[in-house]
Design a protein around this ligand. Structure first.
Ligand code: ASP
Length: 340
């Protein structure tokens, strides 16, 4: 029988009602009591590094989770992390960069309703996650939620209340789980040959700037000192407005001249960026050799940039890390398309 480590971190799945609102309460062993059926297909042991609403989870927790998994990597066949849904897509993407080429499955799950309610998605999601983690074909970082298995870099929380909260963006689901049966759409464990690799550094001096009509480049002048890099979330397939007192063009020159990393992403959830289509994007991209997210999710773009900036601030080295396909995160790259 496969041996799985359940790592509980809080979130709604572990929450109970208090006078001040829902807050994490149940610990890992208690969660397991609600899904006794797991005994039919795996053995589970538990760890509890922290118990937080995922609103309060950030880079230091991603690094801590990486350390826990590295410490116990040889002792288990797979890992299931229970986590709040609000920042789950960021955590799953961050872990995809911090733990690469894992032949063992690392599943992130949670729920929209607490596990102790009579009607809840929590028990199904947790049981599905344990079932998936115990499957021979499972590997790498994935979210299991609402019957869907989504690559860790491709998930987005698109619904704040429904049970099908997460979608797989610009990429198919890895698998679906229906009534306890797993159907794989992407069954590629055999292709994974590299050794597992753990990283221990993130650079969080990263600004994500969402453009709104009327905003000009002066915002970047004010924030210049605080950040090593910026992702500008632009309109449509990507471009920069030309109005206002401080043009984006001159500010981007200042940032790139100073050796800061400048990337563009789109505000549109589906189908990605392509700055070369319109005049408002192409010239500035070419003049400053800007990087763009293409079909990566925003969560993946942000955490990949933090990971890569943790390794290097050299523009060319950063670029080759940013455009490398990791856990299915990017298909359309300047070098072409496809995962090869
Ligand atoms: N606020 C909760 C959290 O992210 C929401 C959830 O888990 O569904 O921890």
């Amino acid at each position: 029988m496969k041996k799985i480590l359940l790592i509980a971190t809080g979130g709604t799945i572990a929450s109970g009602y208090t006078k001040k609102g829902l807050a994490p309460k149940f610990e890992a062993a208690k969660l397991l009591e609600y899904v006794e059926e797991y005994r039919e297909f795996c053995q589970v042991e538990v760890q509890q590094p922290f118990n937080l609403d995922s609103t309060n989870i950030c880079g230091k927790h991603w690094l801590e989770l990486t350390d826990w998994i590295e410490r116990y990597y040889e002792d288990y066949d797979g890992f299931v992390i229970c986590h709040g849904t609000d920042t789950m897509a960021f955590t799953a993407a961050a872990l995809s960069y911090l733990i690469q080429n894992s032949r063992k499955p690392i599943i992130v799950t949670g729920s929209q309703k607490p596990i102790d309610l009579p009607v809840t998605d929590a028990r199904t999601n947790l049981l599905d996650s344990l079932r998936f983690a115990a499957d021979e074909r499972a590997h790498g970082v994935n979210i299991v939620f609402g019957g869907n298995v989504i690559a860790g870099t491709r998930a987005k929380k698109e619904r704040s209340k429904s049970y099908n909260a997460f979608s797989s963006i610009n990429y198919p689901s890895v698998a679906v789980i229906r009534d306890g049966r797993i159907v794989f759409y992407i069954d590629d464990k055999e292709k994974a040959e590299d050794e597992v690799c753990f990283y221990h550094e993130l650079n969080e001096r990263l600004l994500l700037l969402k453009l709104v009509p009327g905003m000009d480049g002066s915002i970047l002048s004010r924030l210049f000192d605080y950040y090593d890099g910026v992702i500008i979330e632009a309109f449509g397939v990507g471009g920069f407005p030309e109005y206002g007192e401080v043009p984006f063009y001159s500010e981007i020159r200042r940032w790139t001249d100073a050796g800061k990393i400048v990337m563009l992403a789109t505000q549109v959830t589906h189908e990605g960026s392509d700055m070369e289509v319109y005049q408002v994007g192409r010239a500035i991209k070419e003049d400053f050799h800007l990087m763009e997210a293409y079909d990566m999710t925003l969560e993946a773009t942000v955490t990949k940039a933090m990971w890569a900036m943790g390794l290097t601030l050299d523009g060319e080295r950063f670029r080759s890390l940013f455009y490398k396909t990791i856990n299915h995160d990017i298909l359309l790259t300047p070098q072409g398309s496809g995962e090869g």
